[in-house]
Design a protein around this ligand. Sequence first.
Ligand code: NDP
Length: 363
Amino acid sequence: MEGCARICVRIVEYRPFVGICVSAPIPDLPEIAVYVPDVQRYESMEYRRCGRSGIKLPAVSLGLWHNFGGADNFEKARAMLRRAFDLGITHFDLANNYGPPYGSAEETFGSIFKKDLQPYRDELIISTKAGWDMWPGPYGNFGSRKYLLASLDQSLKRMGLEYVDIFYHHRPDPETPMEESMGALDTAVRSGRALYVGISAYNAEQTAQAVKILRGLGTPCLIHQPRYSMFDRTPEQGLFDVLGKEGVGAIVFSPLAQGLLSDRYLQGIPSDSRAARDFFLKKKNVNESMLARVNALNEIARQRGQSLAEMAVAWVLRDARVTSALVGTSRVAQIDDNVAALRNMKFSDEELKGIEDVLRREA
Ligand code: NDP
């Protein structure tokens, strides 16, 4: 059921904590769409502690990298955010350059936030990032204090927020001293622009260094955002160990390998899929040997009574050091499917071995 109730009423009293509008019909008023979130939204979602912090994140979070830009359908984006919140997804992840065009996913989010989510600001964890190319010239990329703080100010404006919950450095900068980038994150918190800070794409060694600097500044690193899925297991080679030891959470992006780990490509490349756009997910990667592996994994998922997307989400969450699986979606039904992973999170040794055997096959 979609969370949107289209109601032609005068709101007499609004009680956001129970999601109830006490209302009276007024026939001569224009129709207004009032979003009333599902009152049961916290009942089935699992919330996992983020490292050794006070924050819990939903086991499934929603990222706005694709399908929320200015070039995308606004009402579809709105329906996905509503459905996500209805299902207990309290965390939405953005970055300065999500779109296209750059910045437009934050604008879309800001607009939907204002229409639908503003009364629930204190129920939401909203993150953004800076670190990749954003504007021309020497101050619109990488990791200088100048870039990170200017970008955060722009992000807040686009989203219409007073603060973000998490501000990330999106990638390490080989030229800027890490002390400067981490100092900018610390300033973001001390100036009230962010509540917590995180890093993304830092390797294990860089992460250990960043965590130490941030701790010294008195602004602990809340979270790391690495790519992790059955098809990319890099964080298992040291990063998760550092995060576990330091008490830093992990929110893993592209847990479905951009859609490969789902039923999306079992019958070829659909014209409305990410691979069809041949940019971030290349058509050449959806090849015969990849599809053979995907089909074999799909069979294991089927035997578990899950879709492959569900199994892919459950698989990344099998490691207790992973706080949240950060999925993307192009339609409402995919959100339901990904959250349904929570119904079967346990893997038998035999299932795990079966998955390993498939992953070891030549790609
Ligand atoms: P996913 O691996 O979840 O891929 C999302 C895509 O998979 C969707 O767009 C859709 O593809 C397909 N899909 C999702 N759910 C289903 C389903 N149930 N059934 C079938 N297909 C499905 O993640 P993303 O690559 O989108 O990344 C998620 C988020 O991670 C981003 O939005 C962003 O917030 C973050 N991220 C962070 C990065 C960083 O550097 N820190 C880099 C990249 C992402 P289709 O569109 O074809 O339908």
